[in-house]
Design a protein around this ligand. Structure first.
Ligand code: C2O
Ligand code: CU
Ligand code: CU
Length: 532
């Protein structure tokens, strides 16, 4: 069944690869593409070295200060622009935590607006989770004690102020986090930071001619999410990474607002996935394509012994549900794009290996009949008030197409009034997010099945304070890349998640679940839950 589901996208992918090759070789075709190309600042040829964010070890009992502040950064070489980040850079350092330790992170706000900080994938109590904490004021600080007790994994941190998460993450308020444990220490996986263990933080940006990322929150962006024309890795366009000619580990993080990355190597060589969002798989899984939705992470091993090829991303099939949606999106998604080029040189030998076994995953239950279930339906629903406004604005066809907001009706400029007012409400179980309202109450220690239903379009569902295993996707076995510990999953129709709740969250600082398309989250596709 999985093969059947993959086939159309794979065909599209290969067609795209062929087209991309032709476009660069045949002048006539290249001319056709020229108009589209003129609209974006063409990235320079690969050659700029991939920046590797600084790795900071958080020591047991120590306090580390993370300062949110303005910075200067060049997405395009030689074109510095104003950004924000942690510690004077675009984004922040990679924080490495060890299982069994209890470091404290002090967030210092040197921005001119409130901010907060959420540890995406880290299991901490609600009061340290940063998801619903109101922003701390400019000049103020906030301390989170991070009790690290979970398997080794690649996580991340980002600002989470309701209504402006998309803008803040776009501007740079995000960074990677790593948890190490005995399993990762014992493994002979590549682990030399920046050499054969590389963080790849994937984003898309709309860079203008001066190299400045443009983000204007139009109604179309609120509803379809932001899609930039340029791909950015660790903050730069079209980088090249120098790697040793051996097995290399890539820690992939999709830190974009809305884009699904469809990752593959240019020559379609197989690679091995070793970890999902929240931990190692039981054994490496061979893949040629890996889909990473916003918020998701994966660790892969790629063999560069015989030389290196670029990592690419293909067209995002989830954005292709309707013709109208395609029209709204930048042309760049219709062809494969290079994310990172690699240059492999012999380098010194390392005692690394591709293991047969990685970690022990508990078996999934055979029968799930007596497990408590909750159902969450993520919808974009017509909002009568704003549809009326759209009609006044002369978009009467918009109101008609919003009579039923199911599959075919999504898309087109009918989604929004001309003044940027969204005509759809973003809801979970019919409700938009409301600070202070508790939507679900979960018992501490409980294991439940959360059934996620997305009738309109695919949404990356994420929850705080807990990890899950995927029981099924659309009634079938989970996709190959979703068979480990997760905290975020792209739900294209429906999915059943087996969640265990091990951290407390009270009514003053509940956990949240939400769509990780950040514009959807900001727009209200989010709910709260307590664990007690
Ligand atoms: Cu990255 Cu509320 O999440
Ligand atoms: Cu999170
Ligand atoms: Cu969504």
């Amino acid at each position: 069944m999985i093969e059947t589901r993959l086939r159309p996208s794979r065909r599209a992918l290969l067609a795209g690869v062929a087209l991309g090759l032709l476009a660069s070789a045949v002048p006539a075709l290249a001319a056709k593409k020229k108009k589209a190309a003129e609209r974006r600042a063409e990235p320079a040829a690969a050659g700029r070295t991939l920046p590797i964010p600084r790795l900071v070890d958080l020591e047991d009992g120590a306090t580390f200060e993370l300062v949110a502040e303005p910075a200067t950064h060049a997405f395009v070489e030689g074109k510095p622009v104003d950004v924000v980040g942690y510690g004077g850079t675009y984004m922040g350092p990679v924080l490495r935590l060890r299982r069994g330790t209890e470091p404290t992170v002090r967030l210092v706000n040197r921005l001119d607006r409130p901010t907060n900080l959420h540890w995406h994938g880290l299991l901490v109590p609600g009061r340290f989770d940063g998801g619903t904490q109101p922003g701390i004021a400019p000049g103020a600080t906030w301390e989170a004690r991070l009790t690290v007790d979970q398997p080794a994994a690649t996580l991340w941190y980002h600002a989470h102020v309701h209504g402006r998460t998309a803008q803040d993450v776009h501007d740079g308020l995000a960074g990677m986090m790593i948890v190490e444990d005995d399993t990762s220490a014992r493994s002979r996986l590549p682990a030399t930071w920046g050499v054969d263990d590389l963080p790849l933080i994937l984003q898309d940006r709309d860079l203008d001619a001066s190299g400045r990322p443009i983000y204007v929150k139009t109604a179309a962006i609120v509803e379809h999410g932001f899609h930039g024309r340029q791909m950015v890795v660790n903050g730069v366009v079209d980088p090249i990474a120098k790697v040793p000619q051996r097995l290399v580990r890539l820690r992939l993080l999709n830190a974009s607002g809305s884009r699904n990355f469809r990752l593959f190597f240019e020559d379609q060589r197989p690679f091995r996935q070793i970890a999902t969002d929240a931990g190692f798989l039981d054994a490496p899984v061979e893949l040629t394509l890996l889909v990473l939705a916003p918020g998701e992470r994966a660790e892969i091993l790629i063999d560069f012994t015989e030389g290196a090829v670029p990592l690419m991303t293909g067209p995002d099939e989830h954005e292709h549900r309707t013709g109208a949606q395609i029209a709204l999106l930048p042309d760049v998604i219709d062809r494969p794009v290079r994310l990172v080029a690699f240059e492999a040189t012999p380098g010194k030998e390392e005692n690394t290996t591709l293991p047969d076994r990685l970690a022990d995953l508990p078996p999934l239950p055979r029968s799930t009949g007596d497990i408590k279930r909750r159902r969450f339906e993520l919808r974009m629903q017509a909002d009568p008030a704003s549809v009326a406004m759209a009609m006044v604005a002369g978009h009467d066809h918009a109101a008609m197409s919003h009579g039923s907001m199911s599959h075919g009706a999504i898309g087109g400029d009918g989604m929004a009034a001309g003044d940027g007012t969204p005509t759809a409400r973003l809801t979970i179980n019919g409700k938009s997010f409301e600070m202070g309202r508790i939507d679900e109450k979960v018992t501490l220690g409980a294991t439940e099945i959360w059934e996620i239903v997305c009738p309109d379009m695919a949404h990356p569902f994420h929850l705080h304070g807990a990890h899950f295993r995927v029981l099924s996707e659309d009634g079938e076995a989970p996709k190959l890349w979703n068979r480990g510990w997760k905290d975020t999953i792209l739900v294209d129709n429906s999915a059943e998640l087996l969640v265990t709740f091990t951290r407390t969250a009270g009514i003053d600082a509940p956990f949240v679940y939400h769509c990780h398309v950040l514009e959807h989250e900001d727009g209200g596709m989010m709910g709260t839950f307590t664990v007690a």
